[in-house]
Each structure stands twice: as C-alpha cells, then as structure tokens.
Design a protein around this ligand. Structure first.
Ligand SMILES: Nc1ncnc2c1ncn2[C@@H]1O[C@H](COP(=O)(O)OP(=O)(O)O)[C@@H](O)[C@H]1O
Ligand SMILES: [Mg+2]
Ligand SMILES: [Zn+2]
Length: 371
C-alpha cells in the first residue's frame, strides 16, 4: 500500500491558531476556556469544509489537556493529548447524524453521557449534520441537552442551520463559520506546497482557491488531484488544463478587441475558445466576472473586492483605466442578457457571437449619445 495521505487529513489543524479564517470563533472559544466560562452546548454552522469538525476536535483536545499553554492551546505531549493524537481518547465521541439518526443511536449516546470521564475533565460529544436526526431522536436528545452533567460538552454541527428547531437553537451558543477567503486559501496552500517540496506558481494556487469557492477541504482535494497529475511543478497552465478553466488572458484580449471595435478579432478569439472545447456558458459567466473585476478597479474603495492573484491585479487596473464606467456597465448588461437567454437559445454560439459584436459596438453607441 502506498503511504500517501490526502492533504485534507495530513494538514488538519491541531491548534486553534492554525485554523484558517475563523479567528473570531477560535478566539472566543479560547477566552471562554481561559475564563472558565464555557457553554455546555454549541452549534457550529457553516458550509462544508470550513473547519467545523476540526475546531470541535481542537476544543475537545484543549479542554482535556493537562498542561495547556499560556496561549490556551493543547500541549500535544501529555497523556490526554497523546490519546487524542492516536485517536484513542475516550473523551471525545463523534456521531455522524447523517448515517446514525435513529432514536436508538441517540439513546446510546445519552447512556454514554452519564458516565464521567476516566482521564481529564470533559467528555465532548460532537454530533455532525445534526439536522439529519429524526424528530423522535431530537426529542430524546432535548432533555439531555437541557440538563447535561457537568462533564459533558455538546458540539452540534450543521450545514443547514434553518433546519434546526428553535428549542435546540435556544439551548446552544451559536457560531457561524465563514467561508474562507480566496487569499487565505491560497496562502494556506502555499504553506503546504512548501512543506511538500512542490514548486507552486502563486497564480496556480489562486485559481485553485477560487475554484474551491470558500471550502478549504475542496481546495486541498483539488490541489492533491493536480499534484498527482503534474508532480512537483504546479503551474498556472497545469491548473487551467486540469480544471478546464479558460485562461484569463482570453478575457483580457476580448475586452481589448471590444475597445478597438474589432469584431473580427473577437470572433476569432471565440472560435479559438470553442475549438479548445471550452463550455460557452462558462465563457459568458467568466466574461461577466472579468467586467465585474474591471468595474471594482475603477474605484479605490472597491479595489479590495478584486479577488485575483497579485500578478494579474495590475493588468486589471491597467485595462480598467482605458474604459469608462458607463461602458463597463453597459457591457455587463449585455452579457447578463446573453446569460439569461443562453439556455433557451437554439443557436448558442450565434448568441455569444452577438454578445461580442454588441460589446464591440459600445464605443460608437456611447459617442452617439454624447453628440
Ligand atoms: N478553517 C480551516 N483551516 C485549516 N484547514 C481547514 C479549515 N477548514 C477545513 N480545513 C481542512 O479541511 C479538512 C476538513 O475540514 P472539517 O473541519 O472536517 O470541515 P467541516 O467539518 O466544516 O466540513 C480539514 O482536515 C482541514 O485539512
Ligand atoms: Mg465536518
Ligand atoms: Zn496536553
């Protein structure tokens, strides 16, 4: 068997401070531990792969550590920490409610809860996807949640907060986990690449981070997938090929031809894109994102909304300088109309060509208005 461990597991954070992008939550938890003011029930909400389970485990480990650091982190050395590290701790109990959602499953858990821990002070019960519990299981659980024994801490996690009944909500301290920012994901990946001896192009990591759409776990899976393919050189080119992303260079060139009112060149660019087998609808969506990026560059106050890698940033700023905001707005409207009509269109390529032709005619349109 190969000893390859997927990055999402290999790099699961072990301390509060190494959890990416959730510092308000981890700081609150730390200060609650410090002041001995910890709630007994928590609800961790947020989309998949943003650190809910990870944080729950860190909380369990830190609470039980015999030798917490001054900075309220687990020491990673004591008997309790060691048993957590090897996955043998009896003080953490995880129930995946997605597959164990019957009354029986909950009864088993409740029976457990009564027994005080042998080693350490707290038993931590993590119930994942808690919204999947059946109604009767929920009811059986409520009483325990109402009057838990002193040594019990419950951490309920869910991706669907709206499905949690009010009686549960009102008994828990609620933490909403953020989706992770593109830059934070890219930085995290860069750290891992260094540790793995992978030479990663920042632009490549940025693309992966964008594709992950806020979920760090997804970013790590994509990263693994591409590394398997490319070995130790992770280039921008290898990422766009693997993820079937259109090189942003095309968008810059499309806008250039629009500025020059060069219909033939924009149609030829589109032909190129089609021949690459790239999906036309993705192209439309990508083009509107490109114009959106140009728009946010027009004003210093919104420039921070530009979520792209550093090396392309300047390119956006330069291109934005050459186009007036009203033209960008009109362009966005034209593309958006094309996007709406796309699915119903009988000739999608022609529709996209029309969009490009209209973009190439905007300058004239604007000048006519100004006359
Ligand atoms: N905020 C984060 N900081 C660092 N790594 C994270 C974070 N969120 C997710 N991960 C990575 O993704 C994996 C799965 O995260 P997990 O905590 O199980 O997500 P969730 O429970 O929110 O679905 C972790 O092992 C870790 O490698
Ligand atoms: Mg989880
Ligand atoms: Zn310890």
């Amino acid at each position: 068997m190969s000893d390859f461990v997927v990055s999402a597991r290999k790099y699961r954070p072990q301390t509060f401070d190494t959890v990416v992008g959730q510092s308000s939550i981890t700081n609150t938890l730390k200060s609650a531990i410090k002041n001995d003011h910890l709630a007994q029930a928590f609800l961790f909400c947020g989309s998949r792969g943003v650190g809910k389970t990870t944080t729950a485990r860190i909380l369990a480990k830190t609470l039980n550590c015999f030798n917490r650091t001054e900075n309220i982190e687990a020491c990673d050395q004591c008997d309790s920490c060691q048993s957590f590290n090897t996955g043998n701790s009896l003080n953490v109990y995880e129930l995946d409610a997605a597959s164990n959602n019957s009354v029986e499953d909950i009864r088993n858990l409740i029976d457990q809860v009564r027994i005080a821990p042998q080693l350490g002070d707290y038993k931590v019960y993590i119930i994942d996807e808690v919204h999947m519990l059946s109604n009767s299981a929920f009811n059986a659980f409520l009483k325990t949640l109402e009057e838990p024994p002193k040594h019990a801490i419950f951490i309920l996690a869910t991706t669907e907060k709206h499905k949690i009944i009010p009686t549960i909500l009102s008994r828990c301290q609620i933490f909403d986990f953020n989706r992770i920012k593109v830059k934070d994901i890219a930085d995290h990946l860069a750290g891992i690449a260094t540790k793995e001896g992978i030479n990663a192009d920042p632009e490549a990591l940025h693309l992966i981070a964008q594709k992950a759409d806020g979920a760090l776990r997804d970013a790590l899976s994509i990263f693994d997938q591409i590394v398997t393919f490319t070995g130790n050189e992770l280039t921008y080119k290898s990422v766009i090929e693997n993820l079937n992303i259109l090189d942003y260079d095309y968008y810059f060139r499309i806008v250039e031809s629009a500025q020059k009112e060069d219909i033939p060149s924009s149609l030829l660019l589109l032909n190129d894109i089609v021949e690459k087998g790239f999906d036309l609808h993705h192209f439309i969506v990508g083009l509107s994102e490109h114009y959106r990026n140009l728009l946010v560059c027009k004003d210093m106050r919104t420039a921070s909304l530009l979520e792209v890698g550093e090396s392309v940033e300047q390119r956006y700023i330069d291109q934005a300088k050459g186009i007036d905001s009203p033209v960008i707005l009109r362009s966005l409207a034209i593309i958006s109309k094309g996007d709406v009509e796309f699915k119903a269109s009988k000739n999608q390529r022609l529709l996209v060509e029309l969009v490009l032709m209209q973009l190439c005619s905007l300058q004239q349109e604007q000048e006519k208005k100004n006359d």
